[in-house]
Each structure stands twice: as C-alpha cells, then as structure tokens.
Design a protein around this ligand. Structure first.
Ligand SMILES: Cc1cc2nc3c(=O)[nH]c(=O)nc-3n(C[C@H](O)[C@H](O)[C@H](O)COP(=O)(O)O)c2cc1C
Length: 138
C-alpha cells in the first residue's frame, strides 16, 4: 500500500430501515477490524434515513470494500459522488469514524444537499464539495 497511490471514494445511500445506534455500533465494529487490516480510513455520517461515507486507501482495497458494502441489506440506492486518486489521507486518524445523529444544522445541510440530487441523477462538483465539507466538519 505504501508505494501505491491513494484512492478515495464517496457515496451516499438510503437506509433500508431506521438507522439505530445498534446498526451504527455494528458497522463501527466491523469497520474497525476490517479497515485497519487493509489500511482503509474514512468517515461515515448518518441521518435517520441516509448514510454518507468516505473511504480512502489503495484502489483495490477501497473498491473491494465498496463491493461488500454495496451488497449490504441495511441500505440501498447507493450513489457514488466521486471516486479517484487523491494526494493524501483526510481521515487518517480513523479506521472508520462513525457519527450518527448529526446536530440540527448538520442534518439540515445534509438533507438539503441530498435533495439536490435531481432529475439528472447526479451531483455537481459544487454539491460534492459541499457534502465533503460537511463530512469534514461534522
Ligand atoms: C453504511 C455502511 C457502511 C459500512 N462501512 C463498512 C466499512 O467501512 N468497513 C467494513 O468492514 N464494513 C462496513 N460495512 C459493513 C459491510 O457492508 C459488511 O457487512 C461487512 O464488511 C461484513 O461483510 P462480510 O460478512 O461479507 O465479510 C458497512 C455497512 C453499511 C451499511
């Protein structure tokens, strides 16, 4: 991994049912063990209906994990916001920092941006940037 270029993937998804603390704890436990082993770091935010996650690491490792995550029945309708090489790790301190229950403002910001996923079923660069900013500050 050390010599390999760093790769980052960001997606959002809709939760299949209500996002409970138990669900978040389960994901955090799975992620802590697995991600550390494959040197993936990142951040997961959740509202009561949505997940937004950043994964960073080697391309093969990130895409392999994304393959597993996309088959997880706890969410569906995954939308990739961006994927590609990045210069450095943004979330190096977490194998997967999980934050549920955003504060009122964060929740509103996120829902507002999520709702912008309009008729053409994609986000603009500005919208992805806004979401990324939210993930960094939340
Ligand atoms: C929103 C969401 C995010 C997840 N993030 C991770 C993660 O970062 N790392 C991880 O190992 N599993 C994560 N999982 C769990 C995986 O989908 C899967 O359950 C886990 O990797 C175990 O898969 P396996 O039983 O096929 O090995 C996540 C699940 C959900 C619903």
């Amino acid at each position: 991994m050390t010599q390999q270029r760093l790769y980052q993937l960001i997606y959002i998804s809709d939760a299949t049912g209500p996002v409970t603390q138990t669900i978040l704890d389960d994901i955090a436990i799975q992620a802590k063990i697995y991600n550390a082993g494959v040197q993936i770091t990142g951040r997961l935010l959740a509202t009561d209906k949505h997940f937004i996650q950043v994964l960073e690491g080697g391309k093969g490792e990130v895409e392999a994990l994304m393959g597993k995550i996309s088959e997880d029945k706890r969410h569906h309708n995954l939308r990739i916001l961006s994927r590609g090489p990045v210069v450095g790790r943004e979330f190096s301190q977490w194998s997967m920092g999980v934050k549920g229950y955003l504060d009122e403002q964060e929740q509103q910001d996120m829902i507002q941006i999520l709702n912008m996923y309009g008729a053409n079923h994609s986000y603009s660069e500005e919208q992805v940037e806004a979401l990324y900013f939210l993930i960094q500050k939340a």
